[in-house]
Unconditional design. Structure first.
Length: 240
Protein backbone atom coordinates (compact mmCIF):
# COMPACT_ATOMS: atom_id res chain seq x y z
CA UNK A 1 0.00 0.00 0.00
CA UNK A 2 1.39 3.39 -1.03
CA UNK A 3 1.81 6.10 1.60
CA UNK A 4 -1.48 8.00 1.33
CA UNK A 5 -0.06 11.45 2.09
CA UNK A 6 2.45 11.13 -0.76
CA UNK A 7 -0.17 10.52 -3.46
CA UNK A 8 -2.19 13.15 -5.29
CA UNK A 9 -4.65 12.71 -8.12
CA UNK A 10 -4.15 13.88 -11.68
CA UNK A 11 -5.78 17.23 -12.35
CA UNK A 12 -5.25 20.25 -14.59
CA UNK A 13 -6.05 23.85 -13.68
CA UNK A 14 -6.27 26.69 -16.22
CA UNK A 15 -5.86 30.45 -15.82
CA UNK A 16 -6.79 32.97 -18.55
CA UNK A 17 -7.76 30.03 -20.74
CA UNK A 18 -10.23 31.97 -22.88
CA UNK A 19 -8.13 35.08 -23.38
CA UNK A 20 -4.71 34.13 -24.68
CA UNK A 21 -2.96 37.37 -25.62
CA UNK A 22 0.37 36.55 -24.00
CA UNK A 23 2.59 33.46 -23.83
CA UNK A 24 1.39 30.23 -22.26
CA UNK A 25 3.17 29.04 -19.11
CA UNK A 26 2.84 25.39 -18.10
CA UNK A 27 3.70 24.66 -14.46
CA UNK A 28 3.92 21.42 -12.53
CA UNK A 29 5.07 20.00 -9.22
CA UNK A 30 7.88 17.76 -8.10
CA UNK A 31 7.81 14.47 -6.26
CA UNK A 32 4.95 14.24 -3.72
CA UNK A 33 3.93 17.75 -4.78
CA UNK A 34 0.51 19.20 -5.59
CA UNK A 35 -1.19 22.13 -7.28
CA UNK A 36 -1.51 24.32 -4.21
CA UNK A 37 2.28 24.54 -3.83
CA UNK A 38 2.54 26.39 -7.15
CA UNK A 39 -0.65 28.42 -6.79
CA UNK A 40 1.10 31.60 -5.65
CA UNK A 41 3.33 31.55 -8.73
CA UNK A 42 0.45 30.55 -11.02
CA UNK A 43 -1.76 33.39 -9.82
CA UNK A 44 1.02 35.97 -10.14
CA UNK A 45 1.78 34.83 -13.69
CA UNK A 46 -1.91 35.01 -14.55
CA UNK A 47 -2.14 38.51 -13.07
CA UNK A 48 0.69 39.50 -15.39
CA UNK A 49 -1.37 38.34 -18.35
CA UNK A 50 0.05 34.89 -19.03
CA UNK A 51 -2.20 31.95 -19.83
CA UNK A 52 -1.22 29.46 -17.14
CA UNK A 53 -1.78 25.71 -17.11
CA UNK A 54 -0.95 23.81 -13.92
CA UNK A 55 -0.58 20.05 -14.04
CA UNK A 56 -0.89 18.12 -10.78
CA UNK A 57 0.14 14.52 -11.34
CA UNK A 58 0.71 11.39 -9.22
CA UNK A 59 4.40 10.86 -8.48
CA UNK A 60 4.67 7.54 -6.63
CA UNK A 61 3.55 4.99 -9.22
CA UNK A 62 5.86 5.44 -12.20
CA UNK A 63 9.38 6.21 -13.34
CA UNK A 64 10.02 9.72 -14.67
CA UNK A 65 9.73 8.79 -18.35
CA UNK A 66 6.41 7.05 -17.76
CA UNK A 67 5.02 9.97 -15.75
CA UNK A 68 6.00 12.37 -18.52
CA UNK A 69 4.30 10.31 -21.21
CA UNK A 70 1.15 9.75 -19.14
CA UNK A 71 0.53 13.16 -17.64
CA UNK A 72 2.68 15.86 -19.25
CA UNK A 73 2.73 15.03 -22.96
CA UNK A 74 -1.08 15.11 -23.45
CA UNK A 75 -1.37 18.59 -21.93
CA UNK A 76 1.55 19.97 -23.93
CA UNK A 77 0.00 18.53 -27.10
CA UNK A 78 -3.30 20.17 -26.17
CA UNK A 79 -1.66 23.55 -25.67
CA UNK A 80 0.43 23.27 -28.85
CA UNK A 81 -2.70 22.62 -30.90
CA UNK A 82 -4.44 25.59 -29.29
CA UNK A 83 -1.43 27.87 -29.76
CA UNK A 84 -0.94 26.90 -33.40
CA UNK A 85 -4.45 28.16 -34.19
CA UNK A 86 -3.89 31.36 -32.24
CA UNK A 87 -0.56 32.02 -33.94
CA UNK A 88 -2.12 31.61 -37.39
CA UNK A 89 -4.63 34.31 -36.47
CA UNK A 90 -1.87 36.50 -35.05
CA UNK A 91 0.24 36.08 -38.18
CA UNK A 92 -2.66 37.31 -40.32
CA UNK A 93 -2.75 40.42 -38.13
CA UNK A 94 1.06 40.87 -38.23
CA UNK A 95 1.31 40.15 -34.50
CA UNK A 96 4.33 38.34 -32.98
CA UNK A 97 4.12 34.60 -32.38
CA UNK A 98 3.30 33.44 -28.86
CA UNK A 99 5.38 30.77 -27.10
CA UNK A 100 4.99 28.00 -24.54
CA UNK A 101 7.15 28.38 -21.42
CA UNK A 102 7.63 26.07 -18.45
CA UNK A 103 8.02 26.78 -14.73
CA UNK A 104 8.55 23.55 -12.83
CA UNK A 105 9.54 22.51 -9.32
CA UNK A 106 11.97 19.87 -8.06
CA UNK A 107 11.52 16.53 -9.86
CA UNK A 108 9.29 18.33 -12.35
CA UNK A 109 12.55 19.62 -13.82
CA UNK A 110 13.50 16.06 -14.72
CA UNK A 111 10.18 15.53 -16.49
CA UNK A 112 10.45 18.65 -18.62
CA UNK A 113 14.11 18.05 -19.45
CA UNK A 114 13.23 14.52 -20.51
CA UNK A 115 10.32 15.78 -22.60
CA UNK A 116 12.44 18.41 -24.36
CA UNK A 117 15.17 15.87 -25.02
CA UNK A 118 12.70 13.51 -26.68
CA UNK A 119 10.41 16.02 -28.44
CA UNK A 120 10.92 19.00 -30.73
CA UNK A 121 8.74 21.87 -29.57
CA UNK A 122 8.72 24.59 -32.22
CA UNK A 123 6.80 26.98 -29.99
CA UNK A 124 9.16 26.60 -27.03
CA UNK A 125 9.95 29.78 -25.17
CA UNK A 126 11.89 29.60 -21.89
CA UNK A 127 12.24 27.14 -19.01
CA UNK A 128 12.53 27.91 -15.29
CA UNK A 129 13.70 25.10 -13.02
CA UNK A 130 13.01 25.69 -9.32
CA UNK A 131 14.93 23.58 -6.78
CA UNK A 132 15.97 21.06 -9.46
CA UNK A 133 17.96 17.88 -8.76
CA UNK A 134 19.75 18.53 -12.06
CA UNK A 135 22.42 15.97 -11.26
CA UNK A 136 20.51 14.05 -8.62
CA UNK A 137 20.44 14.16 -4.82
CA UNK A 138 22.26 12.12 -2.20
CA UNK A 139 18.86 11.37 -0.66
CA UNK A 140 18.17 9.09 -3.62
CA UNK A 141 21.57 7.42 -3.14
CA UNK A 142 20.76 6.31 0.40
CA UNK A 143 20.24 2.52 0.71
CA UNK A 144 17.01 3.17 2.61
CA UNK A 145 15.55 4.65 -0.59
CA UNK A 146 16.17 1.34 -2.36
CA UNK A 147 14.55 -0.63 0.45
CA UNK A 148 11.46 1.58 0.53
CA UNK A 149 11.13 2.04 -3.24
CA UNK A 150 7.61 0.57 -3.37
CA UNK A 151 6.33 3.13 -0.86
CA UNK A 152 8.25 6.23 -1.95
CA UNK A 153 8.01 5.54 -5.68
CA UNK A 154 10.32 4.17 -8.40
CA UNK A 155 11.11 7.68 -9.67
CA UNK A 156 13.42 8.27 -6.69
CA UNK A 157 15.97 5.89 -8.21
CA UNK A 158 16.00 8.05 -11.37
CA UNK A 159 17.51 10.86 -9.30
CA UNK A 160 20.63 9.17 -8.00
CA UNK A 161 23.86 11.11 -8.36
CA UNK A 162 25.93 8.50 -10.21
CA UNK A 163 26.86 9.36 -13.79
CA UNK A 164 24.68 6.60 -15.24
CA UNK A 165 21.47 7.65 -13.48
CA UNK A 166 18.45 8.75 -15.49
CA UNK A 167 18.80 12.40 -14.55
CA UNK A 168 22.48 12.45 -15.50
CA UNK A 169 21.64 11.21 -18.99
CA UNK A 170 19.37 14.15 -19.80
CA UNK A 171 22.17 16.31 -21.14
CA UNK A 172 22.73 20.03 -21.35
CA UNK A 173 19.67 22.15 -22.20
CA UNK A 174 19.63 23.56 -25.73
CA UNK A 175 17.02 26.17 -24.80
CA UNK A 176 16.94 29.23 -22.49
CA UNK A 177 16.95 27.84 -18.96
CA UNK A 178 17.11 29.53 -15.54
CA UNK A 179 17.68 27.76 -12.22
CA UNK A 180 16.34 29.08 -8.91
CA UNK A 181 17.16 27.41 -5.60
CA UNK A 182 16.91 28.13 -1.88
CA UNK A 183 19.76 28.18 0.63
CA UNK A 184 18.10 27.06 3.86
CA UNK A 185 17.11 23.64 5.15
CA UNK A 186 14.13 22.86 7.34
CA UNK A 187 15.03 19.18 7.63
CA UNK A 188 18.30 18.62 9.47
CA UNK A 189 18.03 14.84 9.04
CA UNK A 190 17.98 15.13 5.27
CA UNK A 191 20.74 17.72 5.36
CA UNK A 192 22.94 15.29 7.28
CA UNK A 193 22.79 13.00 4.24
CA UNK A 194 23.49 15.75 1.71
CA UNK A 195 26.99 16.97 0.97
CA UNK A 196 27.57 20.72 1.13
CA UNK A 197 25.02 23.52 1.06
CA UNK A 198 21.45 22.42 0.38
CA UNK A 199 17.81 23.53 0.47
CA UNK A 200 16.66 20.61 2.59
CA UNK A 201 16.26 18.26 -0.36
CA UNK A 202 18.66 19.20 -3.15
CA UNK A 203 22.37 20.07 -2.92
CA UNK A 204 23.23 23.41 -4.47
CA UNK A 205 26.15 21.76 -6.24
CA UNK A 206 23.94 19.29 -8.10
CA UNK A 207 21.22 21.84 -8.88
CA UNK A 208 23.58 23.72 -11.17
CA UNK A 209 23.15 22.90 -14.82
CA UNK A 210 25.64 23.49 -17.60
CA UNK A 211 25.01 26.58 -19.70
CA UNK A 212 22.20 27.92 -17.49
CA UNK A 213 22.16 30.84 -15.10
CA UNK A 214 21.49 30.13 -11.42
CA UNK A 215 20.21 32.40 -8.68
CA UNK A 216 19.90 31.61 -4.99
CA UNK A 217 16.74 32.93 -3.37
CA UNK A 218 18.00 33.66 0.12
CA UNK A 219 16.32 32.37 3.29
CA UNK A 220 14.12 29.90 1.43
CA UNK A 221 13.84 26.12 1.61
CA UNK A 222 13.03 23.54 -1.05
CA UNK A 223 9.33 24.41 -0.91
CA UNK A 224 9.11 27.87 0.71
CA UNK A 225 10.88 29.25 -2.37
CA UNK A 226 7.56 28.77 -4.17
CA UNK A 227 5.85 31.36 -1.98
CA UNK A 228 8.46 34.10 -2.18
CA UNK A 229 7.78 37.28 -4.18
CA UNK A 230 11.44 37.40 -5.21
CA UNK A 231 10.97 34.05 -6.92
CA UNK A 232 8.04 35.42 -8.92
CA UNK A 233 10.01 38.56 -9.78
CA UNK A 234 12.89 36.48 -11.13
CA UNK A 235 10.52 34.33 -13.19
CA UNK A 236 8.74 37.32 -14.70
CA UNK A 237 12.02 39.04 -15.48
CA UNK A 238 13.37 35.93 -17.22
CA UNK A 239 10.22 35.28 -19.25
CA UNK A 240 10.02 38.81 -20.67
Amino acid sequence: MKIFLLTHKYQVKYYNEDKIEKDIVITFNGIYGYEKQLRFIDEKLAEDGYSVVNIQYPTVDDKIAEMTDKYIVPIIDEQVEKLNKINLERKAKNLPELKINFVVHSMGSCLIRYYLKEHKLDSLGKVVLISPPSHGSQLADNPIADILWYFIGPAVADMKTDENSFVNQLGKPTYPCYVLIGDRSNNFLYSMLIKGEDDGMVPLATAKIEGSSLKTIENTTHTSILEKQETVDEILKFLK
